[in-house]
Design a protein around this ligand. Sequence first.
Ligand code: ZN
Length: 411
Amino acid sequence: MQINETQLQQVDRQVKRLIKSDNFYGRRLEEAGIGEVKSIDDFLRLPFSQKQDLRDAYPLGLMAVPEEEIVRIHSSSGTTGTPVIIPYTAKDVGDWAEMFRRCYETAGITKKDRIQITPGYGLWTAGIGFQAGAEKLGAMVIPMGPGNTKKQLQFMHDMKSTVLCATSSYALLLAEEIRREDCADQIYLKKGVIGSERWGEKMRRRIKNELDIQIYDIYGLTEIYGPGIGISCDYECGMHYWDDYIYLEIIDPKTGKNVPDGEWGEIVITTLVKEGAPLIRFRTHDISRIIPGECRCGSRFPRIDTIMGRSDDMVKIKGVNVFPKQIEEILAAFPELSSEYQIRISHLDGRDTMRIYVETNGHVDFRKMADDVAAAVKGKIGFTPLVKVVELGVLPRSEKKTQRVIDERFS
Ligand code: ZN
């Protein structure tokens, strides 16, 4: 999705502001000899930024306004090394709430709803983002935070919560608890806004069926406001994102070049109006694609597809970028197959070959099964793999994370 004139002007303003502020980005832009952004070519010359750059700016090196304008900081959960600190101005906080309000609106949630929020509050951006958007919408917030499942269920029942905001794993845990307590008839949930984790279609269906709710996937990351920069709609065909607040590119993670709409690659985000800590061409390492065309819901906002994993997991074969999760999703559609599989990529007779090993019980026609899987991969990804069907239990299993993709081309 090419950057438009309005977005270019916004980026130009951001770049000039950053240089004036002399923060980490400003210095980097100056070093790169960039003073303004007037054309698409100017934009594409802007250097990428990475999470490591943000870490290097710890604690307040990203701040692009005088400190008296900062009203809050958030921090991304740094399990390893230095955390990232993101400062917000009052306008940033307000913009984020507006984006989140739009998310609820896209999901058909109104001020008549009662929204039970279970993501955590604190340094992390989750809980407070869900809450600010809900308040802006005018709905009733039930700010539970995570944990204490019994109390969650009690409030869900007594407060007649109609919307559940949760991570996918916590939503599933609550669903299982409701089943165990056999109290589904006392639960009034209609919708779930589920975010911040990568999750498969199988898990999605389970939560949907167990809780009997419509599910909406929310997208976002702490570095860029937080959750709420995009959400799926009733048609479940990707997530709309707010292109008046962010400009989103999809790049080939190996070459750094933009890929055409519809092709998979890494999401790169530029904030258009952020004040406290604007980001320029920030590499998220999340894999998705722009979905071309209009959505049936009528929203004017563009869409990205479900996040398919991290760019570090990507393999390129026959010129097509492939992610293990894509194969996994295709295999999950065959109930005859076990959840074990192995993908081997090799270079034979001058060309790249992908072999997929799948397991099934002895009751299916192995040959037909292999053809069906190969056809499904061809249909979804665009090339035909060699599929080998083996007996249940043949593929290696281990307690630890099993290695499922073996690239033999470089070994
Ligand atoms: Zn839509």
